[in-house]
Design a protein around this ligand. Structure first.
Ligand code: HSE
Length: 422
């Protein structure tokens, strides 16, 4: 039996989940894997707190050095969250030759190059399955199961909070605010929901996923990001009438030799497998030239789903003779700032002769071709009506330029939502 000393950085919900899972699975790990894990030190903010696991007080410390400098600790598990001090602690652990297992997408995405370099230089491992989509083994799939492919796209619902909110807006006709409040009441959204609803959480995850998919580091600052706080029930409802379901999508594509990495609300056809991913579930849809299309589906958050990925990484880290690390570092220089897709454009425009032809003319002048159009409902108090255009595939920049001119010339109010068909 091999005994492996481990230390925790942080012991909130996720850390307690890991501790409980290690205790639950101890006998099985020993029998099946031949490994006994010895938790030696746990860094916490305060030692006097009640925790969601039966952890002996003797393991708790408020001094990071107790974890980072213990020569008996071979693997450091980090679940403090946030960029700092988590990133510096992980660097110190790697520089001391300790392997790091982390769930921290923010620290990983923002310190990718330096963490991988430090791991390489010091012969340490860096494992991060839990940083993207909780229990779903998407990192392992990208690194170890799909490496024979040229990946052309990775399209994911990789934030459970926003998927819950949009699912409620779609199924109940709820407003964004009502659906968010419900998510907060259920503990699915934070009291300050910005990281989830404005797409930051998904952007960190997409930076990691797209770097692995395209073998070039896609810095998080290069990920186009737009959240869901501006989405209205009208957008959701009109989409439904066109057979489209609204999601916060994370899209990574390689087209014409350039990488697109973007997080924004997007419609998918109701027939697309991602359309049926409801509630707080996550899914990642991958296209590769040899494997074809496949979808990974499961729980992307929560203490036990995240612990599932962390403890699996821990087991792998303890068994590897030499650690495999992503070969990806150095920033990609070929990230696209424009892309083409179908656009759903909803506007509130004055209902009088000539307006429609002027709108259509502006689209035409920017090379945007219209696929269909509907005018809906009654005039509002200012004599305006809802008009929805679906374009053919068109350049994002061209659509935005057309919209900006429409707004200047006609004072229309517009929302643009991309439609991802593949
Ligand atoms: N807050 C995230 C989500 C989970 O809603 O998916 C952790 O990344």
């Amino acid at each position: 039996m091999k005994t492996v000393g481990i230390g925790f950085l942080g012991c909130g919900n996720i850390g307690c989940g890991v501790y409980r899972l290690l205790e639950q699975q101890r006998a099985q790990m020993e029998e099946n894997e031949g490994i006994s894990f010895d938790v030696r030190q746990i860094l916490v903010r305060s030692t006097g707190k009640r925790r969601g696991a039966d952890i002996p007080d003797s393991l708790l410390t408020t001094c990071a050095q107790d974890v980072l400098a213990d020569p008996e600790i071979a693997i450091v598990m980090e679940f403090m969250g946030g960029e700092q001090p988590a990133a510096s602690y992980m660097m110190r652990a790697l520089e001391a030759g300790k392997t790091v297992v982390t769930a921290n997408k923010m620290a990983l995405a923002t310190h990718w190059n330096e963490l991988i370099r430090a791991a390489r230089e010091h012969g340490a491992g860096l494992y991060f399955e839990a940083s993207v989509c909780g229990a779903i083994p998407i990192i392992r799939a990208m690194c170890d199961s799909l490496q024979a492919n040229r990946i052309s796209s990775v399209t994911g619902i990789i934030n459970g909070t926003t998927n819950y909110i949009l699912s409620r807006m779609s199924s109940e006709g709820a407003s964004y605010q009502a659906a968010l409040s419900e998510a907060q009441r259920l503990g699915l959204a934070e009291p300050d929901p910005t990281a989830d609803v404005e797409g930051f959480d998904a952007a960190y995850k997409l930076s990691i996923l797209s770097s692995l998919a395209f073998h070039r580091h896609v810095p998080v600052e290069s990920v186009y990001r737009e959240g869901i706080s501006g989405v209205t029930p009208e957008d959701v409802q009109f989409g439904r009438e066109f057979g489209l379901t609204l999601k916060l999508l994370a899209v990574a594509k390689e087209e014409n030799g350039r990488i697109q990495a973007r997080v924004h609300p997007a419609f998918v056809p109701d027939s697309h497998p991602l359309a049926s991913v409801g509630g707080a579930f996550n899914a990642v849809y991958v296209s590769g030239h040899a494997c074809g299309e496949m979808m990974f589906y499961g729980r992307g958050a929560g203490d036990m789903p995240t612990a599932s990925a962390l403890v699996s990484d821990l087991t792998m880290a303890a068994k590897e003779k030499s650690h495999r690390l992503p070969a990806v570092f150095g920033d990609a220089e070929d990230i696209a700032d424009d892309w083409t897709c179908v656009h759903f454009v909803r506007m509130l425009a004055t209902d009088e002769p000539g307006v429609l032809s002027e709108l259509a003319g502006l689209f035409a002048r920017h090379g945007v071709s219209i696929a269909s159009m509907v005018q809906k409902g009654e005039r509002d108090a200012q004599g305006r009506v809802q008009i929805v255009f679906l374009t053919h595939r068109a350049s994002e920049c061209a659509v935005r330029a057309a919209i900006s001119e429409m707004d200047e010339a006609l004072g229309v109010q517009v929302s643009i939502i991309r439609v991802e068909k593949d």
